[in-house]
Design a protein around this ligand. Structure first.
Ligand code: ASP
Length: 574
């Protein structure tokens, strides 16, 4: 039907007779004799000049035959890649008429989210959405190619599955043939892929759909896509290297440039220096330890196990309201307080602060020298338990310094040696930081019994510009260690058998040491596309309340369908 794409015409095509197909964008009539219409397909837009008036409207689908010519002087449009040329002597054939679109098909229109999702097929015509979905496709293609090249074998695992231990709420699917029984949609292929290692697949990957029935946020949808991998006879580094190849090549394919080398940092260092387990390395403002400065302090507020500070360059300009806001924010985040010091002079040191008078001279100059603050800066200090002090200042650092998502370089980071357990459940048992199959750090096996909260794990995350792109670990393949971990988690043997018996059973038939990883593709694509909402990189996402305004899902089932499934819907609250 067509010889060219709208967006590819250039001066080199002048005099060619071409056929294009697409949607009518803007249309302008110049008297009775001349009409201009913009014709758009996914590749771009080109201007068509039609003699006389032409009966087409916005978003009609047309085929245009015409001759390419240079635009007359003074009418070149430098904003448009095709802006030097136009089509003349046009014959326009209408392929489909269209109702007026619910919103203009251009990137500038601000449109309500639910309207966009209701008419997603129109929304996706917008250049930005076209670019995002195509960028996503390049990322998936590059990842798949990278894994195949590295000897990984693609295996599809079932969607109708059974609970897996990632800890999120799961979607259940009623079984018609086994009344009263349910499948569970996989939170991830975790157990399936570990079984593939027992099965001798050696290196597995899958571009896997995962489902978690958790509240939706800008960075979370019910369904998401992972590059999921597992490999046998590997170290942490081997797994990280394989994933590094995939994300570096995907970045190149997506944005045309490779990222700089990927650093590695332990979880402890990440927390200590940045106050989060997913540091955004695009900017500084690292946390500074003031423990020594306040080691013998007389000031009660600073007599804490940990005193941390962050220097805010030129933050001295912040007014009292902003500073009070920061103090409130720190309290909201769990700190007892936040002290601020405006550096009015660095040599000799002079500070402005409600606490200035109670500090000793050594403390006053210590704050300035330890943080490297200069005149005009602001220093924020939290004194608390180590974790609280780090986390609170880490968040304040992000609030004050974090660049927008699409800005700056792409700074990937491996964070390693996560704690094996994180927090406790309602019964006071430790909770797995990753999942219960994660191998403890070999040096910390002894601590499993004596001090589980201090056990490090062989789990690692990949971080990009402050976004957690994914997690992975070396898995436990030895029954004795697995039993100790279940023990520490407070999972009795019978329960372990009931929940994960089929995996543990399989391990008795010869389990190779193995480990793996999963990269969250939606998040990865969002960062690469410079979008902070995942919905912008997913063709058909759900709204915040979990609905799809286009299809109306979720919907009630007919009485008959419910009967067949053996289900009865009870009123809310029952
Ligand atoms: N199953 C894990 C996840 O979805 C990834 C892994 O450990 O490989 O986060």
């Amino acid at each position: 039907m067509r010889t060219h794409l709208c967006g590819e015409l250039r001066p080199e095509h002048v005099e060619a007779r071409v056929a294009l197909c697409g949607w009518v964008g803007r249309r302008r009539e110049h008297g009775e004799h001349l009409s201009f219409l913009d014709l758009r397909d996914y590749s771009g837009t080109v201007q068509c000049v039609v003699d006389g008036s032409v009966d087409v409207r916005s978003e009609w689908v047309v085929r245009v035959e015409g001759t390419v010519r240079l635009r007359p002087e003074g009418t070149v449009n430098p904003e448009l890649p095709t802006g030097e040329v136009e089509l003349t002597d046009c014959v326009v054939e209408v392929l489909a008429e269209a109702e007026p679109p619910p919103f203009p098909v251009d990137d500038r229109a601000e449109v309500d989210e639910s309207v966009r999702l209701r008419y997603r097929f129109v929304d996706l015509r917008r250049p930005r959405m076209q670019q995002n979905l195509r960028l996503r496709s390049r990322v998936l293609g590059a990842m798949r190619a990278a894994m195949v090249r590295q000897g990984f074998c693609e295996v599809e695992t079932p969607l109708l599955w059974t609970p897996t231990p990632e800890g999120a709420r799961e979607f259940a699917v009623p079984s018609r043939l086994n009344r009263g029984k349910f499948y569970v949609l996989p939170q991830s292929p975790q157990i399936a892929k570990q079984l593939l290692m027992v099965a001798g697949m050696d290196r597995y990957f899958q571009i896997a759909r995962c489902l978690r029935d958790e509240d939706l946020r800008a960075d979370r949808q019910f369904e998401f896509t992972q590059l999921d991998i597992e490999a046998s006879f590997v170290t942490e580094r081997d797994v990280q290297d394989a994933i590094t190849v995939a994300v570096v090549e995907a970045t190149e394919a997506a944005v045309g440039e490779a990222p700089s080398a990927i650093e590695t940092m332990t979880w402890h260092d990440a927390m200590d220096r940045f106050g989060v387990d997913k540091p955004d390395l695009r900017f500084g403002m690292e946390l500074v330890d003031l423990g020594e400065v306040f080691s013998g302090t007389q000031v009660r507020a600073f007599a804490a196990p940990c005193v941390k500070a962050v220097r805010v360059p030129e933050g001295g300009a912040l007014g009292r309201n902003r500073l009070d806001g920061l103090v409130d924010r720190a309290k909201e985040l769990g700190a007892k307080g936040l002290a601020w010091f405006k550096v009015t002079s660095d040599a000799p040191v002079a500070l402005t602060s409600p606490l200035d008078k109670v500090l000793s001279d050594a403390e006053r100059s210590g704050i300035v020298s330890a943080t490297g603050a200069v005149s005009g800066d602001l220093v924020l200090v939290v004194a608390d338990e180590w974790r609280t002090a780090c986390e609170v200042l880490g968040q304040v650092r992000l609030d004050l310094g974090r660049p927008p998502v699409g800005q700056g370089e792409r700074r990937f980071l491996w964070v390693t040696e996560f704690p094996l357990f994180d927090g406790t459940d309602e019964d006071g048992n430790p909770r797995s930081a990753h999942h219960p199959f994660t191998m403890p750090h070999p040096d910390d096996l002894e601590l499993l019994r004596s001090d589980p909260t201090r056990v490090r794990s062989q789990a690692y995350d990949l971080v990009l510009n402050g976004w957690e792109l994914g997690s992975g670990s070396i898995r436990i393949h030895r029954e004795d260690i697995q039993r100790q971990v279940f023990d520490a988690l407070g999972i009795p043997p019978e329960e372990a058998e009931a929940r994960f018996g089929f995996l543990l059973g399989a391990f008795r038939y010869g389990a190779p040491p193995h480990g793996g990883f999963a990269v969250g593709v939606d998040r990865f694509v969002a960062v690469l596309a410079g979008e902070d909402n995942l919905r912008e990189v997913i063709a058909y996402p759900k709204t915040q309340s979990g609905t799809d305004p286009m299809t109306g899902a979720p919907k009630a089932l007919s009485e008959r369908a419910l009967r067949e499934l053996g289900l009865r819907v009870t009123p809310a609250g029952d």
